[in-house]
Design a protein around this ligand. Structure first.
Ligand code: DC
Length: 222
């Protein structure tokens, strides 16, 4: 069974996907980590600004996800890059991988291959319900007002001891939203048959409980 969760940056979808997968005993696939891994490889190879080279690299690089740990460890050509792919310098250039149609087609292929080997999957990204798994049994689109998403991000960073200005975080988030929504291939948007959940006024456990209830009730579609 596939549960597809899409949504914008900072919507809480990663935390929701992690928690829902744990609750149901499903594997959690974070497809953003795959785009980040390709961007990191391109950055290291000095080809991040060369779309042909990034596409070529996405086809040749080995990306292994170790689901035995949560969050899954990400291995790039055998090296653990789980922490490196979250560095701001990688986040800032991941669009070079995500905007590239050839990279998308390669990663979509790999995501489907991963799913074909697993029985039960909670997969999260931007295009999981629309492009990658149009036949997913359940599709959710988690959203929240940008101001609330920025507030959550500031709070998350503060917990890590990082003091980030709210206005900067909000502007970065709006830029990422625009980029994700206007991409010609695999743009961020709810699938026609997805259940959209506005989590602005909800906490993590309320969203997870709601999703688990909808899954248990076999509720599909809006
Ligand atoms: O979810 P995230 O922030 O880790 O995603 C990193 C980047 O990859 C972000 O710019 C959106 C992009 N992405 C995508 O285009 N398609 C996906 N399925 C997952 C992520």
């Amino acid at each position: 069974m596939i549960i597809a969760i899409d949504g914008p940056a900072g919507s809480g979808k990663s935390a929701v996907a992690t928690e829902l997968a744990r609750k149901l005993g499903f594997i959690h696939l974070d497809t953003g980590a795959m785009y980040r891994a390709v961007a990191l490889a391109a950055l290291k190879g000095g080809v991040i600004n060369d779309p042909h080279a990034v596409a070529e690299l996405s086809r040749n690089v080995r990306i292994d996800l170790n689901f035995a740990v949560e969050p899954a460890a990400v291995l790039l050509d055998g090296r653990d890059v789980t922490a490196d792919i979250r560095l701001p310098e990688v986040t800032n250039v991941t669009y070079c991988a995500a905007d590239n149609p050839e990279v998308r087609s390669e990663l979509v292929r790999r995501q489907r291959m991963i799913a074909s080997r697993l029985e039960s999957l909670v997969t999260e990204g931007r295009d999981q319900g629309t492009v990658v798994f149009p036949n997913a049994e359940f599709k959710f689109f988690i959203d929240a007002r940008p101001q609330e998403r920025a507030r959550r991000r500031v709070h998350q960073l503060a917990l890590k001891g990082i003091d980030a200005p709210y206005e900067t975080i909000l502007q970065d988030l709006l830029i990422r939203d625009e980029r994700d929504r206007s991409r010609s291939v695999g743009p961020l948007k709810p699938a026609a048959d997805a259940v959209t959940i506005d989590s602005t006024e909800m906490n993590l456990s309320e969203v997870v409980t709601l999703l688990a209830q909808l899954v248990a009730a076999g509720r599909i579609g809006a």
